[in-house]
Design a protein around this ligand. Structure first.
Ligand code: PLP
Length: 386
């Protein structure tokens, strides 16, 4: 348990049993490709270490993170499995990663040189995944620089400084079935893999697919798939989990207890700016979570919370630490009564997708921005989750 809010007041419940089951379902779906579960950004807000442990318990061979610090935090927490880190700056010391047997992505000759230097310092071979930009125009080597990167990698392999374990890329629009970028990126990826082979590299792992591609684009699976959002039981886009024939379960439920309950007269203005006023007498409840905790301010006057199996709408602006919800009349609501901000949806509560809709964003942003004050409370822990 972590966080600076008392868990009796508000907490994000993390269902590790659901997470393990999701990982197993996705692994079976992706087989014979191996599964990497992406646990960057504090496990998309769910708690990186707890999710990493649960993934390993579910038999997941690979974990993926963005930053070296995330990778090293996993090693410090005792994770000893295959782990890839892919985002670092020019000044970062890569030696601790090589020493900790973390696989590292490289997209430039300079990054390869840094890895060769790091390998020399720790007297260990670096494990490298060469990244090609196949059309996302984010990171990854350009097509023009790819042959030189491959040549440099071959030379580094020949002197025993590193081993090229993988060639990889990332898709721009796998969550939009039929998007023209997908076949173009597949083609560019296969050209890059062939060029790597022709230069003498023998990468065991080609990987391209994220959750959406893992779910509905089997032609992108290759040797390994990198799954983030789906492992947390959330759809990368509406309907993809169902199209894959999977029944994944949302892992996070955000609960809070009403911190205050009061009667409002008709005409009372609510929250900053009085953007909502009661048109009739009603009872409002105070939810002790705000935009500092990840409740989107964009959902002011749009969001809803689950209350007694139904919904209570957000009234007025979402504040930094609190939100006012309308409990209606005749409810005799009490301070301390529970509301469900979001959850799997089985008890009438909104889902992460509902909040994403009310906030003009995606579910990824809703869960990964649940703030550090909110305690993560794990349920369904396996033997090693503690
Ligand atoms: C390089 C890379 N691979 C895989 C993923 C996982 O994506 P998703 O959460 O859509 O499965 C991410 C997440 O953004 C990523 O940055």
């Amino acid at each position: 348990m972590s966080g600076l809010i008392d868990p009796a007041t508000a907490r994000a419940e993390i269902d590790l049993a659901a997470f393990r089951a999701n990982a197993q379902g996705l692994a079976a779906h992706a087989a014979p490709a191996q599964l990497m579960v992406v646990v960057k950004a504090d496990g998309y807000g769910h708690g990186m270490v707890a999710c990493a442990r649960a993934a390993r318990e579910a038999g997941v061979p690979w974990l993926g993170v963005a930053t070296p610090a995330e990778a090293l935090a996993l090693r410090e927490a005792g994770d000893a499995g295959r782990l890839l880190a892919w985002l670092y700056g020019v000044e970062e010391d890569l030696a601790p990663l090589v020493a900790a047997e973390v696989d590292v992505s490289a997209q430039t000759v300079e990054q390869l040189s840094d890895l060769v230097a790091a390998a020399a310092v720790v007297e260990q071979r670096a494990r490298v995944h060469l990244k090609i930009d196949t059309g996302l125009s984010r990171n990854g080597a350009t097509v023009a620089s790819w042959p030189e990167l491959c040549r440099a990698a071959v030379e580094a392999e020949q002197v025993g400084a590193l081993e090229v374990v993988g060639v990889w890329s990332h898709l721009a629009a796998a969550d939009e079935p039929g998007h023209p970028s997908v076949p173009l990126q597949i083609e560019a990826f296969e050209r890059a893999c062939a060029a790597a082979e022709a230069s003498g590299l023998r990468p065991a792992l080609r990987h391209l697919a994220n959750s959406a591609a893992t779910l509905v684009l089997p032609e992108t699976h290759y040797d390994l798939v990198r799954v983030g959002i789906a492992a947390y039981g959330l759809d990368p886009a509406p309907g993809l989990i169902a199209r894959a024939g999977l029944a994944l379960r949302p892992v996070m439920t955000l609960r809070a207890s009403l911190a205050a309950v009061k009667e409002l007269d008709a005409g009372a203005g609510v929250s900053y700016g009085w953007t909502w006023s009661a048109t009739a007498p009603t009872t409002v409840g105070l939810v002790p979570l705000g935009y500092a905790d990840g409740i989107p301010r964009h959902a002011s006057n749009r969001g809803q919370v689950g209350f007694r199996g139904g919904r209570a709408p957000v009234r007025g602006r979402v504040c930094m630490d609190q939100v006012v919800v309308d409990l209606g009349t005749g409810t005799a609501a009490a301070v301390g009564e529970e509301v469900l901000v979001f959850g799997p949806g089985g008890s009438g509560e909104p889902t992460v997708a509902d909040w994403a809709g009310w906030s003009d964003t995606i579910g990824y942003e809703i869960v990964s921005r649940i703030g550090s004050r909110v305690p993560r409370y794990q349920v369904g822990a396996g033997p090693a989750d503690g």
